[in-house]
Write a protein that binds this ligand. Structure first.
Ligand code: ADP
Length: 503
Protein backbone atom coordinates (compact mmCIF):
# COMPACT_ATOMS: atom_id res chain seq x y z
CA UNK A 1 0.00 0.00 0.00
CA UNK A 2 1.23 3.42 -0.90
CA UNK A 3 -0.40 5.31 1.94
CA UNK A 4 2.01 7.84 3.40
CA UNK A 5 4.81 6.36 1.41
CA UNK A 6 5.70 8.58 -1.50
CA UNK A 7 8.35 6.18 -2.67
CA UNK A 8 6.05 3.41 -3.68
CA UNK A 9 5.99 3.64 -7.42
CA UNK A 10 4.58 0.78 -9.40
CA UNK A 11 2.93 2.32 -12.38
CA UNK A 12 3.91 2.76 -15.98
CA UNK A 13 6.20 5.65 -16.67
CA UNK A 14 3.64 7.13 -19.04
CA UNK A 15 1.25 7.80 -16.17
CA UNK A 16 1.20 10.91 -14.06
CA UNK A 17 1.98 11.56 -10.43
CA UNK A 18 -1.05 12.43 -8.36
CA UNK A 19 -1.02 13.41 -4.69
CA UNK A 20 -4.19 13.01 -2.67
CA UNK A 21 -4.33 15.02 0.56
CA UNK A 22 -7.38 14.04 2.59
CA UNK A 23 -7.96 13.15 6.22
CA UNK A 24 -10.60 10.60 5.21
CA UNK A 25 -8.90 7.25 4.67
CA UNK A 26 -11.79 6.07 2.50
CA UNK A 27 -11.38 8.92 0.04
CA UNK A 28 -7.63 8.38 -0.07
CA UNK A 29 -7.92 4.73 -0.78
CA UNK A 30 -10.76 5.18 -3.25
CA UNK A 31 -8.79 7.74 -5.22
CA UNK A 32 -5.69 5.60 -5.11
CA UNK A 33 -7.49 2.58 -6.49
CA UNK A 34 -9.22 4.43 -9.29
CA UNK A 35 -6.17 6.40 -10.35
CA UNK A 36 -3.74 3.51 -10.19
CA UNK A 37 -6.03 1.50 -12.36
CA UNK A 38 -5.47 4.24 -14.96
CA UNK A 39 -1.71 3.87 -14.67
CA UNK A 40 -1.03 6.89 -12.51
CA UNK A 41 1.35 6.95 -9.60
CA UNK A 42 -0.54 7.91 -6.48
CA UNK A 43 0.89 9.47 -3.35
CA UNK A 44 -1.22 9.87 -0.25
CA UNK A 45 -1.17 12.25 2.69
CA UNK A 46 -3.73 12.39 5.48
CA UNK A 47 -2.84 15.97 6.49
CA UNK A 48 -1.85 19.20 4.80
CA UNK A 49 1.52 19.35 6.54
CA UNK A 50 2.38 15.87 5.28
CA UNK A 51 1.28 16.86 1.77
CA UNK A 52 3.64 19.81 1.85
CA UNK A 53 6.53 17.58 2.88
CA UNK A 54 5.89 15.35 -0.10
CA UNK A 55 5.66 18.30 -2.47
CA UNK A 56 8.91 19.73 -1.11
CA UNK A 57 10.61 16.48 -2.04
CA UNK A 58 8.77 16.02 -5.31
CA UNK A 59 7.73 19.35 -6.77
CA UNK A 60 7.30 17.66 -10.15
CA UNK A 61 4.02 16.03 -9.02
CA UNK A 62 1.46 16.72 -11.74
CA UNK A 63 -1.80 16.89 -9.88
CA UNK A 64 -2.85 17.40 -6.26
CA UNK A 65 -6.30 16.63 -4.94
CA UNK A 66 -6.78 18.32 -1.61
CA UNK A 67 -9.60 18.21 0.85
CA UNK A 68 -10.65 21.66 2.00
CA UNK A 69 -11.58 20.60 5.50
CA UNK A 70 -8.93 18.77 7.45
CA UNK A 71 -7.78 18.87 11.01
CA UNK A 72 -4.74 21.16 11.42
CA UNK A 73 -3.87 22.92 8.22
CA UNK A 74 -6.95 23.67 6.07
CA UNK A 75 -7.05 22.94 2.36
CA UNK A 76 -6.84 26.69 1.59
CA UNK A 77 -3.74 27.12 3.72
CA UNK A 78 -2.23 24.09 2.07
CA UNK A 79 -3.01 25.47 -1.36
CA UNK A 80 -1.32 28.73 -0.66
CA UNK A 81 1.96 27.16 0.40
CA UNK A 82 1.85 24.25 -2.02
CA UNK A 83 1.57 26.51 -5.06
CA UNK A 84 4.77 28.21 -4.13
CA UNK A 85 6.51 24.84 -3.80
CA UNK A 86 5.22 23.44 -7.07
CA UNK A 87 4.29 26.20 -9.48
CA UNK A 88 3.70 23.83 -12.40
CA UNK A 89 1.38 21.51 -10.51
CA UNK A 90 -2.39 21.60 -11.00
CA UNK A 91 -4.51 21.71 -7.83
CA UNK A 92 -8.05 20.50 -7.37
CA UNK A 93 -10.03 20.90 -4.17
CA UNK A 94 -12.34 18.30 -2.72
CA UNK A 95 -15.27 19.86 -0.93
CA UNK A 96 -18.04 18.40 1.10
CA UNK A 97 -20.47 21.00 -0.18
CA UNK A 98 -20.03 22.28 -3.63
CA UNK A 99 -20.90 25.88 -3.06
CA UNK A 100 -20.13 28.70 -5.44
CA UNK A 101 -18.31 30.51 -2.66
CA UNK A 102 -15.95 27.70 -1.88
CA UNK A 103 -15.27 27.13 -5.56
CA UNK A 104 -14.51 30.83 -6.10
CA UNK A 105 -12.35 30.94 -3.00
CA UNK A 106 -10.46 27.84 -4.11
CA UNK A 107 -9.81 29.34 -7.55
CA UNK A 108 -8.60 32.53 -5.92
CA UNK A 109 -6.11 30.49 -3.96
CA UNK A 110 -4.90 28.89 -7.11
CA UNK A 111 -7.00 25.77 -7.54
CA UNK A 112 -7.83 24.86 -11.08
CA UNK A 113 -11.07 23.01 -10.33
CA UNK A 114 -13.05 21.36 -7.56
CA UNK A 115 -14.95 18.14 -6.98
CA UNK A 116 -17.74 17.63 -4.48
CA UNK A 117 -17.92 14.69 -2.15
CA UNK A 118 -19.18 12.11 -2.63
CA UNK A 119 -18.01 11.47 -6.18
CA UNK A 120 -18.03 8.45 -8.40
CA UNK A 121 -14.91 6.93 -9.97
CA UNK A 122 -16.11 8.25 -13.29
CA UNK A 123 -16.45 11.78 -11.85
CA UNK A 124 -12.93 11.51 -10.57
CA UNK A 125 -11.48 10.15 -13.79
CA UNK A 126 -13.15 12.81 -15.90
CA UNK A 127 -11.83 15.51 -13.62
CA UNK A 128 -8.34 14.05 -13.52
CA UNK A 129 -8.15 13.65 -17.26
CA UNK A 130 -9.21 17.30 -17.72
CA UNK A 131 -6.64 18.42 -15.20
CA UNK A 132 -3.88 16.37 -16.72
CA UNK A 133 -4.52 17.91 -20.11
CA UNK A 134 -4.02 21.20 -18.37
CA UNK A 135 -0.81 19.88 -16.82
CA UNK A 136 0.53 18.97 -20.24
CA UNK A 137 -0.41 22.39 -21.55
CA UNK A 138 1.22 24.20 -18.65
CA UNK A 139 4.40 22.16 -18.99
CA UNK A 140 4.54 22.78 -22.73
CA UNK A 141 3.87 26.47 -22.27
CA UNK A 142 6.61 26.74 -19.65
CA UNK A 143 9.04 24.81 -21.83
CA UNK A 144 8.37 27.11 -24.77
CA UNK A 145 8.64 30.15 -22.53
CA UNK A 146 12.03 28.98 -21.21
CA UNK A 147 13.20 28.20 -24.73
CA UNK A 148 12.12 31.62 -25.92
CA UNK A 149 13.93 33.35 -23.05
CA UNK A 150 17.06 31.36 -23.77
CA UNK A 151 16.91 32.20 -27.48
CA UNK A 152 16.22 35.82 -26.71
CA UNK A 153 19.16 35.93 -24.35
CA UNK A 154 21.40 34.30 -26.96
CA UNK A 155 20.21 36.71 -29.59
CA UNK A 156 20.68 39.71 -27.33
CA UNK A 157 24.17 38.56 -26.41
CA UNK A 158 25.03 37.96 -30.06
CA UNK A 159 23.56 41.29 -31.10
CA UNK A 160 25.40 43.04 -28.27
CA UNK A 161 28.64 41.45 -29.33
CA UNK A 162 28.15 42.46 -32.94
CA UNK A 163 27.17 45.97 -31.86
CA UNK A 164 30.34 46.32 -29.77
CA UNK A 165 32.50 45.13 -32.67
CA UNK A 166 30.83 47.55 -35.09
CA UNK A 167 31.00 50.41 -32.61
CA UNK A 168 34.71 49.88 -32.02
CA UNK A 169 35.58 49.85 -35.71
CA UNK A 170 37.66 52.72 -37.04
CA UNK A 171 35.87 52.31 -40.36
CA UNK A 172 32.44 53.84 -40.68
CA UNK A 173 29.53 51.39 -41.11
CA UNK A 174 26.09 52.26 -42.47
CA UNK A 175 23.35 49.67 -42.90
CA UNK A 176 20.24 50.63 -44.86
CA UNK A 177 17.10 48.64 -45.53
CA UNK A 178 15.47 48.24 -48.94
CA UNK A 179 13.41 51.39 -48.29
CA UNK A 180 16.63 53.41 -48.01
CA UNK A 181 16.18 53.89 -44.27
CA UNK A 182 19.29 53.97 -42.15
CA UNK A 183 18.84 51.11 -39.67
CA UNK A 184 22.32 50.84 -38.20
CA UNK A 185 25.42 53.00 -38.05
CA UNK A 186 28.48 53.30 -35.85
CA UNK A 187 30.14 56.31 -34.20
CA UNK A 188 32.83 56.38 -36.90
CA UNK A 189 30.18 56.76 -39.62
CA UNK A 190 28.49 59.46 -37.59
CA UNK A 191 31.75 61.36 -37.37
CA UNK A 192 32.55 60.85 -41.03
CA UNK A 193 29.40 61.46 -43.04
CA UNK A 194 26.21 61.65 -41.00
CA UNK A 195 24.44 64.76 -39.91
CA UNK A 196 22.24 63.68 -37.02
CA UNK A 197 22.54 63.47 -33.25
CA UNK A 198 23.79 60.14 -31.90
CA UNK A 199 21.04 57.66 -31.01
CA UNK A 200 18.54 59.07 -33.51
CA UNK A 201 15.75 56.89 -34.87
CA UNK A 202 16.08 55.23 -38.27
CA UNK A 203 15.79 57.80 -41.03
CA UNK A 204 15.82 58.20 -44.74
CA UNK A 205 19.45 57.92 -45.80
CA UNK A 206 19.18 60.75 -48.30
CA UNK A 207 18.21 63.12 -45.51
CA UNK A 208 20.82 62.23 -42.89
CA UNK A 209 23.77 61.71 -45.19
CA UNK A 210 25.72 64.88 -45.72
CA UNK A 211 26.85 63.74 -49.18
CA UNK A 212 24.48 63.38 -52.06
CA UNK A 213 27.05 61.47 -54.06
CA UNK A 214 27.25 58.72 -51.44
CA UNK A 215 23.46 58.59 -51.02
CA UNK A 216 23.21 58.19 -54.80
CA UNK A 217 25.70 55.33 -54.77
CA UNK A 218 23.80 53.55 -51.97
CA UNK A 219 20.56 53.90 -53.93
CA UNK A 220 22.28 52.51 -57.02
CA UNK A 221 23.57 49.44 -55.16
CA UNK A 222 20.15 48.90 -53.64
CA UNK A 223 18.58 49.03 -57.11
CA UNK A 224 21.10 47.04 -59.15
CA UNK A 225 22.35 44.63 -56.43
CA UNK A 226 25.88 45.34 -57.61
CA UNK A 227 28.87 46.09 -55.38
CA UNK A 228 30.36 49.56 -55.68
CA UNK A 229 33.70 50.87 -54.53
CA UNK A 230 34.65 54.48 -54.94
CA UNK A 231 36.62 57.28 -53.35
CA UNK A 232 34.63 60.25 -52.17
CA UNK A 233 35.84 63.66 -51.13
CA UNK A 234 34.00 65.20 -48.21
CA UNK A 235 34.17 68.42 -46.30
CA UNK A 236 33.05 68.37 -42.69
CA UNK A 237 33.62 71.10 -40.12
CA UNK A 238 36.05 72.87 -42.45
CA UNK A 239 38.12 69.68 -42.74
CA UNK A 240 38.61 68.02 -46.07
CA UNK A 241 38.72 64.26 -46.01
CA UNK A 242 38.82 61.36 -48.43
CA UNK A 243 36.91 58.18 -47.81
CA UNK A 244 37.03 54.92 -49.69
CA UNK A 245 33.40 53.75 -49.78
CA UNK A 246 32.65 50.06 -50.29
CA UNK A 247 28.96 49.43 -50.75
CA UNK A 248 27.52 45.94 -50.98
CA UNK A 249 23.94 44.77 -51.40
CA UNK A 250 22.41 42.42 -48.83
CA UNK A 251 20.18 39.86 -50.49
CA UNK A 252 17.88 37.18 -49.15
CA UNK A 253 19.60 33.91 -50.15
CA UNK A 254 16.28 32.15 -50.72
CA UNK A 255 14.44 34.73 -52.80
CA UNK A 256 17.45 36.83 -53.94
CA UNK A 257 15.36 39.82 -52.95
CA UNK A 258 17.43 42.90 -52.03
CA UNK A 259 17.05 43.47 -48.29
CA UNK A 260 19.29 46.50 -48.07
CA UNK A 261 22.90 47.68 -48.29
CA UNK A 262 26.00 47.73 -46.13
CA UNK A 263 28.41 50.62 -46.59
CA UNK A 264 31.90 50.59 -45.12
CA UNK A 265 33.85 53.84 -45.19
CA UNK A 266 37.61 53.93 -44.77
CA UNK A 267 39.38 57.19 -44.07
CA UNK A 268 42.15 57.48 -46.66
CA UNK A 269 42.86 61.18 -46.10
CA UNK A 270 46.39 60.62 -44.85
CA UNK A 271 47.21 58.36 -47.80
CA UNK A 272 45.78 60.94 -50.18
CA UNK A 273 47.87 63.67 -48.59
CA UNK A 274 50.97 61.50 -48.87
CA UNK A 275 50.13 60.91 -52.51
CA UNK A 276 49.84 64.63 -53.07
CA UNK A 277 53.14 65.32 -51.30
CA UNK A 278 54.78 62.61 -53.39
CA UNK A 279 53.42 64.05 -56.62
CA UNK A 280 54.57 67.54 -55.58
CA UNK A 281 57.97 66.18 -54.72
CA UNK A 282 58.39 64.40 -58.03
CA UNK A 283 57.27 67.55 -59.78
CA UNK A 284 59.81 69.64 -57.91
CA UNK A 285 62.63 67.19 -58.52
CA UNK A 286 61.84 67.07 -62.23
CA UNK A 287 61.84 70.84 -62.29
CA UNK A 288 65.13 71.13 -60.40
CA UNK A 289 66.77 68.60 -62.70
CA UNK A 290 65.51 70.15 -65.89
CA UNK A 291 66.89 73.66 -65.40
CA UNK A 292 70.61 72.75 -65.11
CA UNK A 293 70.29 70.03 -67.76
CA UNK A 294 68.71 72.47 -70.19
CA UNK A 295 71.48 75.00 -69.47
CA UNK A 296 74.24 72.46 -70.13
CA UNK A 297 72.40 71.28 -73.25
CA UNK A 298 72.29 74.88 -74.42
CA UNK A 299 76.06 75.32 -73.88
CA UNK A 300 76.81 72.10 -75.73
CA UNK A 301 74.62 73.07 -78.67
CA UNK A 302 76.35 76.45 -78.85
CA UNK A 303 79.77 74.76 -78.90
CA UNK A 304 78.68 72.16 -81.43
CA UNK A 305 77.37 74.81 -83.79
CA UNK A 306 80.69 76.60 -83.51
CA UNK A 307 79.17 79.63 -81.82
CA UNK A 308 81.94 79.71 -79.24
CA UNK A 309 85.15 80.00 -81.19
CA UNK A 310 87.08 82.19 -78.80
CA UNK A 311 89.22 79.91 -76.57
CA UNK A 312 88.66 82.15 -73.52
CA UNK A 313 84.91 82.13 -74.07
CA UNK A 314 85.07 78.38 -74.63
CA UNK A 315 86.79 77.92 -71.35
CA UNK A 316 84.18 80.02 -69.61
CA UNK A 317 81.30 78.03 -71.12
CA UNK A 318 82.97 74.80 -70.13
CA UNK A 319 83.45 76.11 -66.61
CA UNK A 320 79.74 77.04 -66.36
CA UNK A 321 78.72 73.65 -67.68
CA UNK A 322 80.87 71.93 -65.12
CA UNK A 323 79.43 74.07 -62.34
CA UNK A 324 75.91 73.16 -63.46
CA UNK A 325 76.82 69.49 -63.63
CA UNK A 326 78.41 69.66 -60.18
CA UNK A 327 75.25 71.25 -58.82
CA UNK A 328 73.31 68.40 -60.39
CA UNK A 329 75.55 65.82 -58.78
CA UNK A 330 75.04 67.62 -55.43
CA UNK A 331 71.29 67.61 -55.96
CA UNK A 332 71.25 63.92 -56.77
CA UNK A 333 73.35 63.03 -53.74
CA UNK A 334 71.13 65.18 -51.51
CA UNK A 335 68.10 63.42 -52.96
CA UNK A 336 69.67 60.05 -52.36
CA UNK A 337 70.46 61.03 -48.80
CA UNK A 338 66.93 62.17 -48.20
CA UNK A 339 65.36 59.08 -49.69
CA UNK A 340 67.65 56.81 -47.68
CA UNK A 341 66.64 58.63 -44.51
CA UNK A 342 62.95 58.43 -45.47
CA UNK A 343 63.22 54.71 -46.12
CA UNK A 344 65.17 54.21 -42.88
CA UNK A 345 67.93 52.70 -45.01
CA UNK A 346 70.78 54.84 -43.71
CA UNK A 347 73.70 52.76 -42.46
CA UNK A 348 75.07 54.38 -39.36
CA UNK A 349 78.02 53.56 -37.23
CA UNK A 350 77.04 55.22 -34.03
CA UNK A 351 79.79 55.82 -31.51
CA UNK A 352 81.03 58.71 -29.34
CA UNK A 353 82.34 61.45 -31.61
CA UNK A 354 84.47 64.43 -30.61
CA UNK A 355 82.96 67.48 -32.27
CA UNK A 356 86.13 69.43 -31.90
CA UNK A 357 87.86 67.44 -34.63
CA UNK A 358 84.87 67.34 -36.95
CA UNK A 359 84.16 71.08 -36.74
CA UNK A 360 87.86 71.91 -37.14
CA UNK A 361 88.09 69.81 -40.30
CA UNK A 362 84.98 71.41 -41.78
CA UNK A 363 86.31 74.91 -41.08
CA UNK A 364 89.56 74.01 -42.74
CA UNK A 365 87.93 72.38 -45.75
CA UNK A 366 85.59 75.27 -46.44
CA UNK A 367 88.16 78.01 -45.83
CA UNK A 368 89.29 78.19 -49.51
CA UNK A 369 85.69 78.54 -50.73
CA UNK A 370 85.10 81.22 -48.10
CA UNK A 371 88.28 83.01 -49.02
CA UNK A 372 87.00 83.45 -52.59
CA UNK A 373 84.59 86.05 -51.26
CA UNK A 374 86.83 87.25 -48.47
CA UNK A 375 84.84 85.42 -45.80
CA UNK A 376 86.73 84.30 -42.71
CA UNK A 377 85.83 81.22 -40.71
CA UNK A 378 86.48 81.36 -37.03
CA UNK A 379 86.06 78.28 -34.82
CA UNK A 380 85.86 78.62 -31.06
CA UNK A 381 85.50 75.20 -29.47
CA UNK A 382 85.37 74.98 -25.69
CA UNK A 383 87.98 72.65 -24.29
CA UNK A 384 86.84 69.28 -22.97
CA UNK A 385 83.29 69.23 -24.37
CA UNK A 386 81.78 65.78 -24.06
CA UNK A 387 81.39 63.65 -27.18
CA UNK A 388 78.05 62.94 -28.84
CA UNK A 389 76.96 59.44 -29.87
CA UNK A 390 76.42 59.61 -33.64
CA UNK A 391 77.61 58.53 -37.03
CA UNK A 392 80.63 60.60 -38.05
CA UNK A 393 79.53 60.89 -41.66
CA UNK A 394 76.17 62.28 -40.61
CA UNK A 395 77.66 64.82 -38.18
CA UNK A 396 79.92 65.89 -41.02
CA UNK A 397 76.98 66.34 -43.37
CA UNK A 398 75.01 68.24 -40.73
CA UNK A 399 77.68 70.82 -39.91
CA UNK A 400 79.07 71.05 -43.45
CA UNK A 401 75.60 72.10 -44.61
CA UNK A 402 75.32 74.75 -41.92
CA UNK A 403 78.84 76.14 -42.39
CA UNK A 404 78.65 76.14 -46.17
CA UNK A 405 75.32 78.00 -46.00
CA UNK A 406 76.93 80.51 -43.63
CA UNK A 407 79.65 81.03 -46.25
CA UNK A 408 77.31 81.06 -49.26
CA UNK A 409 74.77 83.46 -47.82
CA UNK A 410 77.36 85.78 -46.29
CA UNK A 411 78.33 89.23 -47.45
CA UNK A 412 81.66 89.94 -49.03
CA UNK A 413 84.46 89.92 -46.45
CA UNK A 414 82.03 88.63 -43.85
CA UNK A 415 82.62 86.33 -40.95
CA UNK A 416 81.49 82.82 -39.99
CA UNK A 417 81.70 81.92 -36.34
CA UNK A 418 81.57 78.28 -35.24
CA UNK A 419 81.33 77.69 -31.51
CA UNK A 420 80.76 74.58 -29.44
CA UNK A 421 80.19 74.26 -25.71
CA UNK A 422 78.60 72.04 -23.16
CA UNK A 423 75.08 73.00 -22.06
CA UNK A 424 73.52 70.74 -19.41
CA UNK A 425 72.97 67.32 -20.94
CA UNK A 426 73.65 68.74 -24.41
CA UNK A 427 76.49 69.85 -26.55
CA UNK A 428 75.54 73.12 -28.21
CA UNK A 429 77.02 74.02 -31.59
CA UNK A 430 76.35 77.45 -33.11
CA UNK A 431 77.12 78.53 -36.63
CA UNK A 432 76.72 82.28 -37.01
CA UNK A 433 77.25 84.50 -40.01
CA UNK A 434 77.21 88.17 -40.91
CA UNK A 435 75.29 87.58 -44.13
CA UNK A 436 72.01 88.37 -45.81
CA UNK A 437 69.81 86.92 -43.06
CA UNK A 438 66.45 85.20 -43.57
CA UNK A 439 63.02 86.82 -43.85
CA UNK A 440 60.16 86.04 -41.41
CA UNK A 441 58.32 83.98 -44.07
CA UNK A 442 61.55 82.23 -44.99
CA UNK A 443 62.10 81.15 -41.38
CA UNK A 444 58.71 79.38 -41.37
CA UNK A 445 59.58 77.21 -44.35
CA UNK A 446 63.32 76.92 -43.91
CA UNK A 447 63.43 73.16 -43.30
CA UNK A 448 61.03 72.07 -46.08
CA UNK A 449 62.40 70.26 -49.10
CA UNK A 450 63.39 72.49 -52.02
CA UNK A 451 62.73 75.68 -50.14
CA UNK A 452 65.00 78.48 -51.29
CA UNK A 453 64.48 82.15 -50.60
CA UNK A 454 63.99 84.02 -53.83
CA UNK A 455 65.68 87.35 -53.19
CA UNK A 456 68.09 89.52 -55.13
CA UNK A 457 70.83 88.50 -52.74
CA UNK A 458 70.32 84.76 -53.38
CA UNK A 459 70.01 85.03 -57.13
CA UNK A 460 73.59 83.98 -57.83
CA UNK A 461 73.96 81.46 -55.06
CA UNK A 462 73.68 77.87 -56.22
CA UNK A 463 71.96 75.31 -54.07
CA UNK A 464 69.42 72.51 -54.04
CA UNK A 465 67.08 73.62 -51.25
CA UNK A 466 67.56 70.21 -49.66
CA UNK A 467 70.47 70.92 -47.29
CA UNK A 468 68.45 72.15 -44.33
CA UNK A 469 65.82 69.41 -44.63
CA UNK A 470 68.65 66.90 -44.39
CA UNK A 471 70.07 68.83 -41.41
CA UNK A 472 66.69 68.71 -39.66
CA UNK A 473 66.30 64.99 -40.22
CA UNK A 474 69.77 64.26 -38.83
CA UNK A 475 69.15 66.42 -35.73
CA UNK A 476 65.78 64.73 -35.19
CA UNK A 477 67.28 61.28 -35.53
CA UNK A 478 69.68 61.97 -32.67
CA UNK A 479 66.92 63.54 -30.56
CA UNK A 480 68.51 66.93 -30.78
CA UNK A 481 67.08 70.37 -31.45
CA UNK A 482 67.79 73.08 -33.96
CA UNK A 483 67.02 76.81 -33.67
CA UNK A 484 67.54 79.73 -36.02
CA UNK A 485 67.91 83.37 -35.19
CA UNK A 486 68.15 85.73 -38.07
CA UNK A 487 67.82 89.32 -39.07
CA UNK A 488 67.71 90.21 -42.74
CA UNK A 489 70.76 92.21 -43.71
CA UNK A 490 72.63 91.40 -40.52
CA UNK A 491 73.11 87.67 -40.41
CA UNK A 492 71.85 84.36 -39.04
CA UNK A 493 72.81 81.96 -36.30
CA UNK A 494 71.88 78.28 -36.42
CA UNK A 495 72.10 76.54 -33.03
CA UNK A 496 72.10 72.76 -32.77
CA UNK A 497 71.83 70.89 -29.46
CA UNK A 498 72.73 67.22 -29.43
CA UNK A 499 72.58 64.93 -26.37
CA UNK A 500 76.04 64.58 -24.89
CA UNK A 501 77.43 61.14 -24.03
CA UNK A 502 77.27 60.83 -20.25
CA UNK A 503 80.76 60.82 -18.73
P1 ADP B 1 70.43 75.52 -50.40
O1 ADP B 1 71.43 76.26 -49.62
O2 ADP B 1 70.99 74.41 -51.18
O3 ADP B 1 69.54 76.41 -51.19
P2 ADP B 1 69.34 74.79 -47.86
O4 ADP B 1 68.26 73.83 -47.55
O5 ADP B 1 70.63 74.61 -47.23
O6 ADP B 1 69.42 74.80 -49.41
O7 ADP B 1 68.80 76.22 -47.49
C1 ADP B 1 67.51 76.62 -47.87
C2 ADP B 1 67.43 78.10 -48.01
O8 ADP B 1 67.53 78.73 -46.74
C3 ADP B 1 68.52 78.72 -48.80
O9 ADP B 1 68.23 78.69 -50.17
C4 ADP B 1 68.53 80.14 -48.28
O10 ADP B 1 67.54 80.89 -48.89
C5 ADP B 1 68.19 79.95 -46.83
N1 ADP B 1 69.40 79.89 -45.97
C6 ADP B 1 69.97 78.79 -45.45
N2 ADP B 1 71.02 79.13 -44.67
C7 ADP B 1 71.10 80.45 -44.69
C8 ADP B 1 71.98 81.41 -44.07
N3 ADP B 1 72.99 81.05 -43.28
N4 ADP B 1 71.74 82.72 -44.32
C9 ADP B 1 70.74 83.11 -45.13
N5 ADP B 1 69.88 82.27 -45.72
C10 ADP B 1 70.05 80.95 -45.52
Amino acid sequence: MAEDNPHVQDRPASGHQVLVVDDEAGIRRGCERVLRSEGHQVLLAERGERGLEILTRQPEIDLVLVDLKMPGMTGFEFLEQARRLAPETVFVVITAYATIESAVEATKRGAYDFIAKPFTPDDLLRLVSRCLERVVLIRERNRLEAERSRRLLELTTEKGRLRSVIDCMADGVLVCNAEQMLVLYNPAALRMVLEMPEGSEAREIGKVLAYEELAGMIAEVSRDARRLSSEIRVRKESREAWFLANIAPVTDPASTLILGTVTVLRDVTELKKLDQVKAQFVNMVAHELRAPLAAVDGYLVAMEEGCVEDPVKRQEVLGRSRARIRALVDLVSDLLNLSRMEAGAVRREIKPQQLEGILGEIAELLAPLAAQSGVRIEARIEAGIPPVAADREELNRLFTNLVSNAVKYNRKDGLVRISAAREGPYVRVSVGDTGIGITREGLDRLFSEFFREKRDETQNVTGTGLGLSIVKRIVDFYQGRIEVQSEPGKGSTFTVRLPAVAP
